[in-house]
Write a protein that binds this ligand. Structure first.
Ligand SMILES: C[S@@+](CC[C@H](N)C(=O)[O-])C[C@H]1O[C@@H](n2cnc3c(N)ncnc32)[C@H](O)[C@@H]1O
Length: 352
């Protein structure tokens, strides 16, 4: 079979399907989507293998919002012998465009998928040695072999370009809940900075001494991520901030409405995690960048129950329109991160 396998958050299969279908149609790739609710993945089947490979080649992974990870399918294998899965996987892997430089053993992010994680661990070394892969070397180019187990005896096999896919199996970075952070949502901003910025950008854009505003900051999980990087933060929220954060000397707590608050001087970053209508948050963030109140912003859009894909599109279109009207150059990217629930995270940077 030929196509693409796309991992998403369980419950967001129809958004993921709508998204890939839209791109396939736009790029003239014929195919159909198979999506089942709460399975954590979607398959775009294409009539020709070449079409799936082309779509993976020309569509930037960073532009996909509801897709955590993806790969070109080269084989669907069922009835894998439990006594020797490795030989069957290697023999049945289909045609890869080149020798893989790494292997990701994956499952959908569901409870059933988690039960297969032991199997993935057990097959890791034998598969690495079958493909002569040195797991110590993390490739920056070439292709990676992906095996997605749906059960102990069935799997999709395929490949992804290292340069155009997530750097983590299933698109899930392993972030430890940091000791001392006041809330678990701290991991959302940590993941966002990892997802949206490359190593050199993180170094250039998150320097000690920079200044930030955190709108809807309490109790301080996002502020904590900035303070950890020695960035000074104005935390705007009517609710209480974590005492230890305030004692850091890097945080000023302002009790105010985040939609009305304006900085006295421009800052480097504005981050916003206010639970509000997404279009209002998008409008606010676009205003901060357009007015020059900040250069970078990370904001979270809490999605409604229905028409979630359309709502994200509407918000991003509004941001683009505002910046285009102002004649600004910018970088805009949006993803449903692993730590996002019924929400997506957006990064916007003013260029020049
Ligand atoms: C999801 S919580 C933020 C969690 C925070 N990012 C963290 O990591 O700890 C949303 C916060 O937004 C605040 N909030 C809601 N509406 C607001 C507004 N109009 N202005 C400022 N803060 C607001 C709430 O008081 C709440 O503390």
């Amino acid at each position: 079979m030929a196509g693409l396998l796309l991992y998403c958050r369980g419950g967001f299969e129809s958004e993921c399907a709508a998204e890939i279908q839209g791109h396939a149609a736009r790029l003239g790739v014929a195919g159909f989507v198979k999506a089942k609710a709460d399975t954590g993945f979607v398959v775009l089947e294409t009539y020709e293998a070449e079409a799936a490979a082309r779509l993976h080649d020309v569509l930037p992974f960073a532009e996909l919002i509801f897709v955590r990870q993806w790969f070109v399918i080269t084989a669907w294998l069922s009835g894998l012998p439990v006594t020797d899965r490795v030989t069957a996987l290697v023999a049945g892997a289909g045609v890869l465009p080149e020798a893989p430089r790494a292997i990701f053993l994956e499952t959908p992010d569901t409870n059933e998928g988690k039960e297969l994680s032991g199997l993935c661990r057990a097959l890791r070394k034998p598969l690495d040695s079958a493909y002569r892969i040195n797991a110590e070397v993390i490739p920056s180019a070439g292709i990676r072999l992906h095996i997605c187990f749906l059960s102990g005896t069935s799997a999709y096999v395929g490949y992804a370009a290292v340069r155009n896919s997530a750097a983590w199996p299933m698109g899930i970075p392993r972030l430890k809940s940091p000791h001392g952070a006041p809330s678990r949502s701290t991991l959302k901003l940590d993941e966002a900075l990892l997802e949206f910025l490359g190593p050199a950008e993180r170094e250039a854009f998150l320097r000690p001494g920079m200044r930030a505003v955190d709108l809807g900051a309490a109790p301080g999980g996002w502020t904590w991520q900035l303070v950890r990087r020695h960035i000074r933060v104005i935390a705007v929220d009517n609710a209480a901030m974590d005492d230890r954060l305030l004692e850091s000397g890097l945080v000023e707590h302002v009790r105010a409405d985040g939609f009305r608050y304006r900085p006295k001087e421009a800052v480097d970053w504005m981050v916003c995690d206010i639970v509000e209508q997404p279009i209002r948050v998008a409008e606010l963030a676009a205003a901060w960048v357009t007015e020059g109140w900040c250069r970078h912003t990370v904001f979270n859009l809490k999605l409604p129950m229905k028409k979630r894909y359309q709502e994200v599109q509407r918000c991003l279109a509004q941001v683009r329109e505002k910046l285009d009207d102002a004649g600004l150059r910018y970088h805009l990217t949006c993803k449903q991160l692993f730590h996002d629930r019924e929400e997506v995270t957006v990064y916007l940077r003013r260029e020049g």
